[in-house]
Design a binder for this molecule. Structure first.
Ligand SMILES: Cc1cn([C@H]2C[C@H](O)[C@@H](COP(=O)(O)OP(=O)(O)OP(=O)(O)O)O2)c(=O)[nH]c1=O
Length: 194
């Protein structure tokens, strides 16, 4: 197999499948704590590379794709919520405002690293506390950065986006395709050259 997706996210698996590339999936378990003073850009890029490296270490000669998505409010990194209170406070802090969603994608093979970071602006409607609690009760927010999923019921919280929809869901398709072309992924590359 010429490509491994280092992810446990069903969304990333589905998005990568959309590109028509063959791959295997392996979950990459890494520490996602931001370093002190680390910028959101540096943070997502570092995590995407670490996820890919974590699998690439035992897969020499194979390209491994890692990715990380985070919601950014000002300079604050909003990851997955710890509990209901955390999710409600994240959602209320995003209410009626525009925030940024950053997704980094990294392809790693042995010592080679190719990467992209994509930024998308997302504008939220006004959200009340009872709306946020009702949304938490659906269980959709618990495994998602910023405590919402634009592809699910969370879509009702979004007034508009400026940028890449697939990046908000977890994998920017255009930039991922750029990387697959750059890496000349076996099979996929030759098919796209015909
Ligand atoms: C903002 C937003 C995030 N998300 C998801 C994308 C990511 O899966 C998740 C952020 O967590 P990540 O740590 O980027 O990814 P993950 O833990 O789900 O998977 P992996 O194994 O690859 O590390 O939030 C949505 O599904 N929809 C959205 O609208």
């Amino acid at each position: 197999m010429s490509l491994i997706l280092a992810s446990q996210s069903p969304r990333r698996k589905e998005l990568l499948s959309q590109l028509g590339v063959q791959f295997q999936t392996r979950p990459a378990d890494i520490d996602e704590t931001p370093l002190s003073g680390e910028s959101p850009m540096d943070y997502v890029l570092r995590l995407s590379i670490e996820k890919a490296r974590c699998i690439a270490r035992s897969q020499s000669g194979t390209w491994v794709l890692g990715s990380d998505t985070t919601v950014v409010r000002g300079e604050a990194i909003l990851g997955k919520p710890e509990d209901e209170e955390d999710a409600v406070s994240m959602l209320l802090s995003l209410s009626g405002k525009t925030h940024q969603v950053l997704t980094a994608v990294a392809l790693v093979k042995d010592e080679k690293v190719l990467s992209r970071v994509v930024s998308t602006q997302v504008c939220f409607r006004e959200i009340t506390e009872s709306m946020a609690r009702a949304y938490w009760a659906t269980e959709e927010p618990c495994d998602k950065a910023g405590s919402y999923g634009i592809q699910g019921l969370g879509g009702m919280l979004v007034r508009s986006i400026d940028g890449s929809y697939s990046s908000v869901v977890g994998l920017p398709l255009a930039e991922t395709a750029d990387l697959l072309m750059e890496a000349k992924i076996e099979g996929w590359w030759s098919w796209h050259q015909e």
